[in-house]
Design a protein around this ligand. Structure first.
Ligand SMILES: Nc1ncnc2c1ncn2[C@@H]1O[C@H](COP(=O)(O)OP(=O)(O)OP(=O)(O)O)[C@@H](O)[C@H]1O
Length: 725
């Protein structure tokens, strides 16, 4: 006789969701666009078709004695923090208590960091601290507030991250948090974009969950195979005991399920990385978190200047007000204020006073000086209305330190020493062909910046039709798609990301070989940050500015603001004789795209008419429904498409041949090319075109001045122009 199963229905949030282990590497690992993965065990999911669509019912199988989240919370020792927790719990069992930094990481030894962090640095082969890390870490560990300005890709995340993790790890090791209560938030890191927030969270988690090495008795790291989600699956389900991590880091960003976010916060988080908009939404509902923010130990503004541009101003202002010692000012949202009366003073916090870190690659000197001067004793601050500029906002930061340390090691002229800049001047209508030529001539991971989303929408299908692996990134894409595209871009050695300035800040994508400014950036900061996606961490990088005549004034002003002249930037050598062939390919690709676009539009219109007619309960004209005319035109379109595609295929199959090279007699003649083809010295698909690095193919400046004196004059002739916004 079968035993009757006991079932009960519970709400989605009442289930015992558990974060799933995912592989880590420093940087973005978004699993094809998944922000966070959770699993639930012992629950049957049934789908029912209803008038409102498909509905899922979750039925807990009690025979398996699976606790719900509510039951779990009632048990001691089961609070789990952050999406990365199972890994963290796993690492915790191997918490490192000793590390021979004196011998293994001598350059880091004087910082006396927590052994866990040393082991993580060692396993990532970060043998030397970067300059900003060397200067910042001792100050931060000594309790100073720090304003750090250093070039892009110089390791600013760990400059503020290591001191925070060090203190949290040290205090967690000496006095573990009480098991039952939700652990209070200790550090808040605010970042302007979702991608950057997720990246910072992943970067810090890598330092906590170091998987590649474990220590032997003498503290010597020893290689160990990293566990992956699939390994775990093969082993037959979760094998890791789910104990709380020592320190948990989580990210809260827009575009992520709010239910998941609530669960993450309920489990308790030590370090929260967030975008201001989503964090403020949560703070308005979560009193406990708002209370935590008032008693923070660390506050970090990463890429503070961009936060203003990203339209987070009001929310950022409101969050910063919560962190101030005396809550006696007008809050942006009065309703919120009445609910959240101030904690009397930060002195009540069990932690020492809050430390504030402000980091960016671009904070004006003037602002840095103002920040230093602006400190006033508690309670005498003026100007309590809502902040309206970055200056205004940062001047209201409540540094507890009367002398915040300003560490500015940004390079003169804003250019990283390992970056090579080139430019191409051409008509606006020739930008496409120059971009196409560059992408073929210098394959690699290329990030192309455009000023408008329309431009990205136009170029993406063209480059795809031309056979180039192209991915778009802009704010009108769904978050999941944004992360997926980033993942695709970074997983292929030869790929192209067409992006707006949403990708200009902070993103640490491994080995971006080229940055192309398809349109001139609107600000100097944007130019610096765009360039900063390549030439990171002392690697070499290349940036190309494609400039049309009507952009020259802006270019001149931009370089003027950097204390340079645009003519200091070498012109790129272009194989002009190849451009005609490339233009032909582009023309056909554009035609295909236009025909396809018309076809899609017709289909959509028809569909829309049908849905609208159904909704209004009206009958469509029989002529309209008969499809005869439409069929005819779609047949014409289809056959045109077939023809055009065949033309493009033919054009793409024709090799691009350098001037003076005969493809009929490749073994002899004035330039026999066969030996070089066999030796792989030519660029693929380009016969007779030498394989070179983009940075090695510029027209030397002197030569340019002599041969093109008129053009040179045009670039320098007009003085005193101003940047347009
Ligand atoms: N000490 C180190 N040694 C070697 N590599 C490091 C070190 N510290 C950080 N890195 C690596 O350098 C890269 C850039 O670091 P990070 O993203 O923190 O730079 P950043 O200064 O914040 O850049 P941006 O201004 O563009 O945001 C990362 O891939 C990081 O893993």
């Amino acid at each position: 006789m079968s035993k009757k199963r006991k079932t009960r229905h519970v709400a989605l949030d009442g289930l015992s969701w558990q974060p799933v282990v995912r592989t880590h590497a420093a940087g973005l690992d978004f699993d094809e666009g998944l922000l966070e993965l959770e699993e639930v065990v012992g629950v049957q999911v049934e789908y029912h078709q209803t008038a409102n669509g498909r509905v899922a019912t979750f039925t807990v199988d009690d025979s398996k004695d699976i606790p719900t989240a509510v039951e779990k919370q009632a048990r001691p020792q089961t609070t789990i923090a952050s999406g990365e927790v199972t890994q963290t719990a796993f690492a915790e069992r191997r918490t490192i208590t000793a590390f021979d930094s004196n011998n293994l990481l001598p350059e880091w030894h004087s910082f006396s960091l927590h052994p866990q962090l040393y082991a993580a640095l060692y396993s990532q082969k970060f043998v030397n601290p970067t300059p900003i890390q060397s200067l910042t870490i001792p100050k931060a560990l000594g309790g100073c507030d720090v304003i750090g300005v250093a070039e892009t890709g110089s390791g600013k995340t760990l400059a503020y991250g290591l001191p925070i993790l060090h203190e949290l790890l040290t205090s967690a090791t000496s006095s573990p948090p009480p098991p039952k209560s939700r652990r209070p938030l200790r550090a808040l890191i605010l970042a302007p974009t979702r991608e950057l927030a997720l990246q910072v969270s992943a970067h810090l988690n890598t330092c906590l969950n170091h998987h590649d090495a474990t220590t032997t008795a003498d503290g010597e790291p020893q290689k160990q195979k990293r566990k992956t989600t699939s390994d775990r699956g093969r082993e037959g389900g979760p094998s890791v005991p789910r104990s709380p991590p020592l320190v948990s880091v989580a990210a809260i960003v827009g575009g992520m399920s709010t239910q998941k976010q609530r669960r993450i916060l309920e489990r308790g988080v030590d370090v929260l990385v967030a975008t201001p908009g989503r964090l403020w939404d949560i703070l308005e509902e979560d009193d406990e978190l708002a209370e935590d923010v008032k008693n923070l130990r660390y506050l970090v503004l990463d890429e503070a200047d961009r936060m203003i541009e990203a339209g987070h101003f009001a929310q950022l202002d409101s969050i910063l007000r919560l962190t101030r010692r005396q809550f006696n000012e007008v809050v942006t949202d009065p309703e919120f204020r009445s609910e959240h009366q101030p904690a009397p003073s930060n002195d009540a916090s069990p932690w020492p006073a809050m430390q504030t870190f402000v980091f960016s690659a671009t904070l004006s000197k003037e602002l840095q000086q103002n920040l230093k001067k602006r400190w006033q004793p508690r309670g005498v601050k003026k100007n309590n209305g809502p902040a309206s500029t970055l200056d205004d906002l940062l001047l209201r930061l409540d540094f507890r330190d009367s002398e915040p340390e300003i560490i500015n090691i940004s390079p003169e002229g804003g250019v990283v020493s390992t970056l090579k800049e080139n430019r191409i001047e051409c008509l606006a209508t020739d930008k496409d062909v120059h971009l196409y030529h560059f992408l073929l001539r210098y394959p690699g991971r290329t990030l192309v910046f455009l000023s408008s989303i329309d431009g990205i929408r136009r170029l993406t299908p063209l480059l795809e039709l031309l056979g180039l692996p192209t991915f778009p990134l802009h704010s009108q894409l769904e978050q999941r798609q944004r992360l997926k595209n980033l993942d695709c871009f970074k997983s292929q050695a030869h790929s192209i990301l067409l992006a707006t300035d949403i990708a200009a800040r902070g993103l640490d994508i491994p080995s971006v070989s080229h940055v192309v400014h398809y349109q001139i950036p609107r600000t100097v900061d944007a130019y610096i940050h765009r360039n900063g996606r390549t030439a990171r961490a002392q690697r070499r990088g290349f940036s190309l500015l494609i400039c049309a005549p009507d952009e020259r004034r802006v270019a001149r002003a931009l370089f003027g603001s950097l204390g340079r002249q645009v003519t200091d930037v070498e012109e790129m050598n272009v194989e002009h004789h190849l451009l005609d062939k490339l233009k032909r390919r582009l023309r056909v690709a554009k035609e295909i795209d236009a025909v396809q676009h018309r076809a899609n539009k017709a289909i959509h219109e028809k569909k829309w008419m049908r849905v609208t007619a159904d909704a209004l309960d009206v009958e469509l004209d029989s002529d309209y429904l008969s499809d005869n005319g439409a069929d005819r035109s779609s047949r014409v379109r289809d056959s045109r498409l077939v023809r055009l595609r065949a033309d493009l295929k033919e054009l793409l199959s024709q090799p691009l041949v350098a001037r003076g090279v005969s493809t009929r007699y490749i073994t002899y003649g004035s330039r026999p090319v066969a030996p070089a083809i066999l030796a792989g010295e030519y660029q693929e698909g380009m016969i007779g075109v030498e394989k070179t690095d983009a940075s090695a193919n510029a027209v030397p400046l002197k030569e340019k001045v002599v041969t093109n004196a008129v053009e040179f004059e045009e670039w320098t002739g007009i003085q005193h122009c101003t940047m347009s916004a």
